[in-house]
Write a protein that binds this ligand. Sequence first.
Ligand SMILES: [Zn+2]
Length: 411
Amino acid sequence: MKMEKELLSTQGRVPAVKSPGDPENARRINTALVLNSLRQEDLLSRVQIARRLRLSKMTVSAIVSDLISAEIVSEFGRGDAKETGGRRPILLTLDPASKFVVGVDIGTTNTVVAIGNLRGELVGKTRRPTTRNHAVEGIVEQVSSMLAETVGSAGVDGERILGIGLSVAGLVDRESGHILLSPDLNWHDVPIREILHAKTGREVVVDNCTRVMTLGERWYGGARNVRNLFYVNVGYGIGSAIIVNGEIYGRNSEFGHLFITQQPVRCDCGNLGCLEAVSSGQAIERMANEQLGTASQGWITVQQLAQLSRDGNATATSIFRNAGKYLGRAISVVANLYNPEKIILGGGVALAGDLLLDPLIEEYHRHVMSVIRDTTSIELSSLGIDAGVIGAAALALNSFVFQIEHINHLL
Ligand SMILES: [Zn+2]
């Protein structure tokens, strides 16, 4: 069962069960597989699902009929007659109005709360600056009131909400729901799942923000059909996540602390010359404020720096060039090491777009082996500013809908 859970966690590559020792269990596994097929493809006929899962049409029809009764799946138009050789088959889709989840993305600067439907589409969203001192109680209070407001404005029946997916920067113990350490928020061993559950009365699942963004990218973004991905989250700090053979690698990585420059810049971790000390949002803002001498007129942010660069400010452009160069160098190390099919760049700093990407790619090409360069693409996240909260909604859907053990609650 553990194996099945892990496999289903990102792709549902579990083989369908045909000759069950335990019919109830087989039915649950096959139902989860049908749901995951519809999640991956949006629209499928019963015949297409049966072929895809190598199940009989009768088995699939029985499962689909239960899912339709439970309003999880609905019929949606007709497909191509070529599939069946006769009548045009009825297409099925995950019902967008039946069940919902909440995505919560607690960032250092902004907190976002959104309601997502079964297809991962956001039907309501609230964004606010995160409470200033980052105290746990204050943030939980803020999330709870933003949640009530978002549910109200989206006009969603609270009874239909299955649970909350929470994305936070830092080291997360997913099993216990504790944030072990979040330097960005200055949190130490915070049992956030328990606290947020007590406050909202809802089930909560929590994971590290970069892993959450990677899941969002895998399900709804540029990594939908990518089985080997390196995802870089350039925000206040720098995080990364790895997908290997379709699965998000479960262990923590410290890409931001790769030694990348002889420059004597001190990183928050205590070491000299880390990537994060020269290419993170925090580092970019520090350099911008030092070099542009703007401290007296208020702190200059990455977004403002990007605007300055677009307006022709050479110092602003060189700060992005510098940050992009070191990112490109670090990414070339990873690409040479494990040759991913794709590299996606997300996070608040990546919103600077070409200002960061152009120097990054230039430096990356300088160092990556040509056999790897030719088979590995680099792009910016297509999910943009909502990447975190879309991922958080995917995390909740993954935990409360698409896992085998939740099937009984759904039906
Ligand atoms: Zn470091």
